[in-house]
Design a protein around this ligand. Sequence first.
Ligand SMILES: N[C@@H](CCC(=O)N[C@@H](CSO)C(=O)NCC(=O)O)C(=O)O
Length: 221
Amino acid sequence: MSPVKVFGSAPFTNVARVLLCLEEVGADYEIVDVDFGAREHKGPDHLARNPFGQVPAFQDGDLMLFESRAICRYILRKHRATDEANLLREGDPSESAVVDAWLDVEALRYEPSVHAVFVQRRVVPALGGEPDERVIAESVARLRETLAVYEARLEATRGYLAGGEVSLADLSHFPYTRYFMEMPYAAPVFGAYPRVTAWWERLLARPSVRKVAAMMSGGEG
Ligand SMILES: N[C@@H](CCC(=O)N[C@@H](CSO)C(=O)NCC(=O)O)C(=O)O
């Protein structure tokens, strides 16, 4: 069976999220680069893969998917037998619903805050602009509110957001948080939440995370 294809490169956070799930289940995959410099992501070939002209897109035979979290769910459902951690908690609707809830928190609360800081601190200056300190301050304040909830949750579960064991809800945080941790805000923000910090360290210790982190830096996975 030909390996699945991931369109986009590892340094892109939403591509890295998909690679992380493929690594967690030990699936074979091929990364197909999309040339942003040539605006290939907005060309007809890629728009046929992802109508929003974004990466990742994902191909498995006749199936073409986009939206990284949906791709992750597909991968984990397809490889349930080799997903030792059962990262979606499929099979128990109440448990899988809790995973979905915390995955929505990551997508709708956590990522927008971290992404806004990343854009102001990395993207805007790279385009010759000045970071908007008001946006940064507001985003960091929102992030602190979210992390305070995480701190209480992680005390209750003694492990991870959806329960005692890791799930996709935890792993989905990795790509953006990795870049956030390289910024001056990280230490004071995360340092105020010891259980969140320990949770992050646990994620970093996973072989899949170490491999994708290397790929995000342009190294060999
Ligand atoms: N909700 C989607 C976001 C994809 C996205 O923003 N992709 C970025 C690169 S990764 O950060 C992208 O393709 N940006 C180019 C553009 O938006 O034109 C997902 O989860 O797959």
